[in-house]
Ligand binder design. Structure first.
Ligand SMILES: [Zn+2]
Length: 282
């Protein structure tokens, strides 16, 4: 009698019934790895309720999180990029633009307009990272310049939320020219005695750091944001040295004097209100 030979169970005895969890209800925090209820994360401005890690926040929500409810009026929403170089790397530039537009519902990597913050009129803009890494090409540059010009015309402060990998390589020299162009517009604001608040969010890199983002009269950095020109990996490989702990993070940048304030996301609105009411002459 073969009592020592294990009898095979019927196949279905091994199948475990899968729990049906509707997609997108839970998210995993990229820092503490905790599972968080998506609505809870969204209600907390995409800041992890367990470890306070600041997750990505879309440009539109970024603006809404700062302005007085219902006061934002968008401008230049129809400015569309042109593929002036007929550029193609692994994909055509025009195709990349189409994909990003579909993903974000935007025509380029920035939203700009006028809004009231704490009852004070301001010009406000935010870069959208999900549109080609928030890269600055002709449209981003032009919309920043127009925002600065409106600030001068209406004698208001300008607030820009940077979130970018840098200049848009697909536009070649045209994208690099935006660095000079935006810097010149900020300089004109400064000559007119107007306040420019630059808010650096994760990440602020490359040509955006090397132009308008670092020209704020007051520079606020969101907690733990990566801020720099070249990324830490590239620097480490170039200088062949280990970089210090927290290199290029917001707190490190404040310590080195590159940033004025490091702020939790929820404190950015009250901080901006305080700065505008203190420094902006009506
Ligand atoms: Zn977390």
């Amino acid at each position: 009698m073969s009592w020592f030979i294990r009898k095979r169970e019927p196949k279905d005895a091994l199948t475990v019934k899968k729990l049906k969890i509707p997609e997108g209800v839970w998210v995993k925090c990229e820092k503490c790895r905790e599972i968080i209820y998506k609505t809870e994360l969204e209600n907390n401005m995409n800041v992890c309720p367990k470890c306070e890690h600041h997750h990505y926040l879309p440009a539109a929500e970024r603006i809404q999180s700062v302005v007085d409810p219902g006061s934002f009026v968008e401008f230049d929403a129809n400015l569309t990029p042109v593929d002036i170089l007929n550029f193609k790397d692994s994909r055509k530039y025009t195709e990349r633009l189409k994909t990003s537009a579909k993903k974000t519902g935007l025509k380029d990597a920035i939203i700009s307009g006028r809004a009231y913050v704490g009852g004070m009129r301001t010009q406000i803009a935010a870069l959208e990272f999900k549109f080609m890494g928030g890269s600055m090409g002709s449209v981003v540059g032009e919309k920043i310049v127009r925002s600065a010009e409106r600030a001068i015309e209406e004698k208001t402060p300008l607030i820009i939320f940077a979130c970018s990998g840098g200049a848009r390589m697909q536009e070649g020299i045209i994208s690099l020219m935006q660095m000079a162009k935006t810097s010149a517009a900020i300089a004109e604001m400064s000559e007119a005695g107007l306040l420019f608040i630059s808010v650096l969010t994760n990440p602020t890199m490359g040509g955006v750091t090397a132009s308008f983002a670092m020209l704020g009269d007051v520079i606020i950095a969101e907690r733990d944001a990566l801020i720099g020109f070249a990324g830490p990996r590239v620097i480490e490989q170039t200088i062949k040295k280990k970089l210090p702990e927290g290199f290029q993070r917001a707190e490190f940048m404040r310590e080195k004097g590159m940033v004025d304030i490091v702020s939790h996301r929820k404190d950015i609105r009250p901080t901006i209100i305080r700065i505008v009411s203190l420094l902006s002459t009506p």
